[in-house]
Design a binder for this molecule. Sequence first.
Ligand SMILES: NC(=O)c1ccc[n+]([C@@H]2O[C@H](COP(=O)([O-])OP(=O)(O)OC[C@H]3O[C@@H](n4cnc5c(N)ncnc54)[C@H](OP(=O)(O)O)[C@@H]3O)[C@@H](O)[C@H]2O)c1
Length: 253
Amino acid sequence: MGGAILSGLRASGADVRVTTRSAASAAQIEGATSTEDDPDANRTAVSGARVVLIGVKPLMVADLLREIAPSLDEDAIVVSVAAGVTVATMEALVAGSVIRAMPNTPSLVGLGVTGVSAGTRTTEEELAIATALFETVGQVLVVPESKLDALSTISGSGPAYVFFLIEQLTQTALNLGFSESEAATMVQGTFRGASELLAQSDADPRELRRRVTSPKGTTERAIAVLDEADLTGLFDLATAAALARAQELAASS
Ligand SMILES: NC(=O)c1ccc[n+]([C@@H]2O[C@H](COP(=O)([O-])OP(=O)(O)OC[C@H]3O[C@@H](n4cnc5c(N)ncnc54)[C@H](OP(=O)(O)O)[C@@H]3O)[C@@H](O)[C@H]2O)c1
């Protein structure tokens, strides 16, 4: 995830310092240093930085904040993308402003959706800086922290739901006797085409669906079967399960 945001930031011309833990990972990233090669790499990188982006696994965030806290500038903004690590946890470990963010993987192609939540010490200007940071890789929604985990169950996990739907429809195409390549062309082309049509159209999804669905036609029959299966109810259950897991992660961080 850090790599995706780094690409966007560098493309925007921002001056970014990058650290990793292993020398092997640092070797893959232009200008990166590792704590394996230099135990002070993180402290050196954050010294003098206005924005410090934390992109390590959730369970590692607290130790990392303890490590860098003494080296942070007074006006440093600490922005974390770690799932489930709360503002309260981070504010207990650093003196200044902390912000939580929840990007998603389409950030890799500049089409991300990121939720951003201010901490209790965050000013409007600091929130605007964090928003601009994530706008280098897509769109940004500012939400209260109380809604960030819910946002994550939609846009954070959402790419996985889309890929899962693509997998399922591909299997159906295979079941109908198409080859892997034909199925991939039909399904991936259709998801991409429909998304692009929606993006370029003034009509909402309901209206675009209506335009594909002739009265008494074939699509109408298919949609009736999908409707009967209560997909909204299924998505309610799936997102509730993701939300419960986010709460477990927050309790253990
Ligand atoms: N994947 C997603 O869709 C997604 C979406 C939203 C948020 N997130 C969040 O993004 C975070 C990172 O996830 P990821 O999948 O990108 O993890 P990842 O692939 O393991 O990347 C973590 C990076 O942090 C580096 N690192 C670890 N400990 C470090 C330390 N002490 N000092 C400096 N660098 C250190 C790692 O270096 P090495 O490679 O050398 O270990 C690696 O480059 C997680 O907290 C996750 O919750 C992920």
